[in-house]
Write a protein that binds this ligand. Sequence first.
Ligand code: GDD
Ligand code: MN
Length: 364
Amino acid sequence: MNKLNLSIVIPTYNERDNISKILEKLESSLKNIKYEVVFVDDNSPDGTSEEIEVFMKKSQNVKLIRRVGRRGLSGAIIEGIFASNASLVGVMDCDLQHDESKLLEMLALFKKNTSLDLVIGSRFTEDGEISHGAFSKVREVASKTITIIIKKLLYINSTDPLSGFFMVKKDSFLAHSKKLQTQGFKVLADFLAVSRHNIDVKEIGYKFKNRVLGESKMSLLTGLELISLVLSQIFGGKVSIKFILFCMVGVSGIFVQLATTGFLYFFVNGFSTSQTVGILVAMTSNYFLNNYITFQERKLKSIALLQGLFSFYLICSLGAFANIAVATYLFSLSSNWLVSSFVGAVFGAVWNFTLSSNFTWKSK
Ligand code: GDD
Ligand code: MN
């Protein structure tokens, strides 16, 4: 087999009807190029993997990584790049919103400049744009605002760090891959942040088109993951996206507890009972939020959902004791209530997170 010029990694989740279309488009734009397509499908319920298998029978250059029991765009892209056989890897969505004809221009840039590490397909350069109707007005404004904030906070100077369309030298990507997080939607922003100033980057404008078939997987949840990614980078990548999501849920629990306790105290009376019920309601709402947000890919259902709730109650009660013990000890040493209470809370959060991720939501 001749040496491959390019691998194209395409993450998929419920994209069955787009598979034949994207393969056709790639074939007609990459006429003289030797390329392979590596699909990474998270065992989509709509039969995307089976559809890809049909094309694997016809062409040796179509490959599939089928991930079972896992979800997540960033992790899928990282695994796809690991499995690629060419030294240059293009990453693009399956839904035809990215412009495959730009892959040739990206390749040409790498040919011209051998020290180049990354070319970003950008919606926000002079010749880049977002098609009318591709995004709702809300998402377009949110996308632009978040881009500005992320560039400032993470010292990134790309015009489109949230792009899902780019080409990268495999070795340069691998060199930084250990620091990347698999949870989330924005692997490019993560890569730019961890490789800061050590890579050579160029951009190419493209027109982000409308999605014709299937649905976007972007959600409030992917937004929360993005905020967590930024916070995680601000802490030097030392805390995981998961832990930050867990803490966000924890903070929401404080409000739930205050609201419940307040309501019961004013309308039903009896502080201790109100406070106890408040704590129970907060633990319960934390449990369900963690199940849907923090541990979405290990989501518990039916009877396991109930068992999980009780193990979560148990872990959090022990966490509360640990919190009180640490805080009391520190207070006896320093008499600083704020620091003691804060350290106690951090201790409790780490305890709850570590135990619940190993017991309540242990990975299979
Ligand atoms: N394997 C896998 N697992 N693939 C996924 C998952 C997942 O959990 N979630 C989404 N995908 C795939 C989709 O099937 C699609 O091919 C691609 O990732 C992008 O998902 P969309 O749901 O279409 O995202 P979008 O259009 O809202 O946003 C895209 O474009 C933006 C602009 O470039 C993404 O690429 C964003 O990262 C990007 O900012
Ligand atoms: Mn899309």
